[in-house]
Design a protein around this ligand. Structure first.
Ligand SMILES: Nc1ncnc2c1ncn2[C@@H]1O[C@H](COP(=O)(O)OP(=O)(O)O)[C@@H](O)[C@H]1O
Ligand SMILES: [Mg+2]
Length: 257
């Protein structure tokens, strides 16, 4: 059985692509066979995050009938399989997101999970991905505008017949200006599956085009992504001692990190 999981949000810039890519890499490290599909057909980013900015054949070519799906599947050096979308501006007009469902059907059975990176908002492109995904992971930041938009996306996902797995609160700083986790959970009426800390290593990794789970595997965000991957797929995973908050604080106190 292939799980079709859309990673979605209302607001842009909250960390959908970061989550899709690092979740996919964490699962690959757990020896799970997954494919990432960049379903952000007009402003794709997956290739940029993974350092494969200009692939020859992309999802857009497949959707236009100019290439076959197998030719648009790339093997990243990590072992993760990726279907990138095209960066060219011409795709702004030609993209037909409704065809995504056919592509996803073709992928059925080819892996344990297909992770779909979704465009922000609730326009046609995002709607088509929610239609194609059977399960949805909502990404938000702990701020009211992001959470309000996430609520709309959750409603649209349910209208599409998808199952909302829960919420990933990304860029979590644990400061007083943020919304509290129980407030977010209450407002969205969905469980929080992970909180990913705000982590400068994520930004450095995007600059380096090597996702954080590969580049800084023990950074707080990487550990949180691995834990999320393990929880979602029923994998046994214990955070390494240095990743536990109490141990981190003690190490800092004694000048060990
Ligand atoms: N946990 C994090 N800590 C710090 N910065 C982050 C984190 N997650 C994402 N970012 C930053 O936010 C930006 C947007 O992330 P991205 O995944 O591209 O969002 P989206 O796909 O939702 O538009 C990234 O370029 C990165 O710099
Ligand atoms: Mg994105």
């Amino acid at each position: 059985m292939t799980r079709l999981i859309a990673i979605a949000s209302g607001k842009g810039g909250v960390g959908k692509t970061t989550t899709t890519v690092n979740l996919g890499l964490a699962l690959t490290q757990f020896h799970r066979n997954v494919i990432i599909l960049d379903a952000n057909l007009t402003t794709p980013n997956v290739g940029l995050h993974l350092g494969m900015a200009t692939p020859d054949i992309t999802l857009n070519d497949v959707m236009e009938g100019k290439a076959s799906l197998v030719d648009a599947i790339y093997l990243h050096e990590s072992g993760l399989r990726v279907i990138p979308a095209g960066l060219h501006l011409k795709y702004l007009k030609s993209s037909a997101p409704e065809k995504l469902w056919d592509i996803v059907l073709d992928l059925f059975g080819s892996s344990e999970a297909v992770l779909l990176d979704t465009p922000a908002g609730l326009e046609r492109g995002a709607q088509a991905v929610l239609d194609a995904g059977e399960e949805v992971l909502i990404v938000t930041n702990p701020e009211l505008p992001a959470v309000t938009d996430a609520l709309k996306t959750i409603r649209v996902a349910y209208e599409s017949g998808a199952y909302v797995l829960g919420v990933v609160v990304n860029k979590y700083r644990k400061d007083s200006a943020e919304m509290k986790l129980d407030e977010i959970e209450h407002m969205l009426d969905s469980p929080i599956l992970a909180t990913i800390p705000y982590d400068d290593e994520v930004r450095k990794s995007i600059k380096a085009k090597v996702p954080v789970v590969l580049r800084a595997p023990n950074s707080p965000a990487s550990l949180a992504y691995k834990k999320l991957a393990a929880d979602l797929f029923g994998i046994k995973y214990t955070l390494p001692a240095s990743g536990r908050p109490v141990v981190r604080i003690l190490r800092k106190l004694f000048g060990l990190s």
